[in-house]
Write a protein of this length. Structure first.
Length: 180
C-alpha cells in the first residue's frame, strides 16, 4: 500500500465545543502526536477524521482514497463512502443539540458555578452522543467488510492516526477521550 502524507489536524476540543473554553496556558496543554503516541488518540477522533477525508473525496479518485478504492470491493467502498457522507449529518445534529446550551452559557450569571458545571455536563452528553454515533458507523462498516478489506482499512486508518496532532487542555483530557 502506498503511504501518503495526511495534513496535520489540530483537534482542540470536541466537535461541538465545550461551553467553557479553558483559560489554559501553554503548560496546561497536552500535545498528542499520532505519529509518536498513536494509542493516545481516541478512536472517535481518528474515525471522525477518516470519514471526513473520505467524504471530501466522495465519488472521485485521489491519493487519499485510491488504495482503498482498489483494495475494497465496489460494494465495500460504496459502503465506506456512504458512512463517511453521513459524518457531516452527525456533526450538524450535535451542533443543533449544542446550540441551546451555548445560548444558556452566553446568558448565564458568571458567578453561578453550579450552572456552569451543569452546562458542561450537558454539553459532554451531546459530545458523547455524537462520538458514539461515529463509533457506531465505524462498527457497521467493519462488520460489513471482508477480513482482507478490514486489514487494508486498518492500515489506512493507521496512516490517518499518524497524521493527527491534538492539543488538549490537561483539565479536559478525560472528557476529550471519552467514550473510549
Amino acid at each position: 500500500m502506498v503511504h501518503f502524507c495526511i495534513l496535520t489536524v489540530l483537534l482542540a476540543v470536541s466537535p461541538t465545543a465545550q461551553t467553557q473554553a479553558p483559560d489554559a496556558t501553554s503548560s496546561d496543554i497536552i500535545i498528542i502526536d499520532g505519529k509518536k503516541d498513536p494509542l493516545q488518540l481516541p478512536e472517535w477522533a481518528v474515525w471522525e477524521q477518516a470519514f471526513t477525508i473520505i467524504a471530501g473525496w466522495q465519488g472521485r479518485d485521489s491519493g487519499f482514497t485510491h488504495d482503498l478504492r482498489m483494495a475494497l470491493s465496489k460494494e465495500e467502498f460504496d459502503m465506506l463512502e456512504s458512512e463517511a457522507s453521513t459524518q457531516s449529518e452527525r456533526l450538524n445534529q450535535a451542533g443543533r443539540e449544542a446550540e441551546p446550551l451555548q445560548k444558556l452559557y452566553a446568558n448565564r450569571d458568571p458567578k453561578d458555578a453550579k450552572l456552569l458545571a451543569s452546562l458542561n455536563d450537558r454539553m459532554q452528553d451531546v459530545n458523547l452522543k455524537y462520538r458514539r454515533a461515529t463509533l457506531e458507523a465505524r462498527n457497521r462498516l467493519l462488520e460489513a467488510l471482508s477480513p482482507e478489506s478490514q486489514s487494508v482499512l486498518a492500515s489506512w486508518i493507521g496512516d490517518i492516526r499518524a497524521g493527527i496532532v491534538a492539543r488538549v487542555a490537561k483539565a479536559d483530557l478525560e472528557r476529550w477521550r471519552a467514550p473510549e
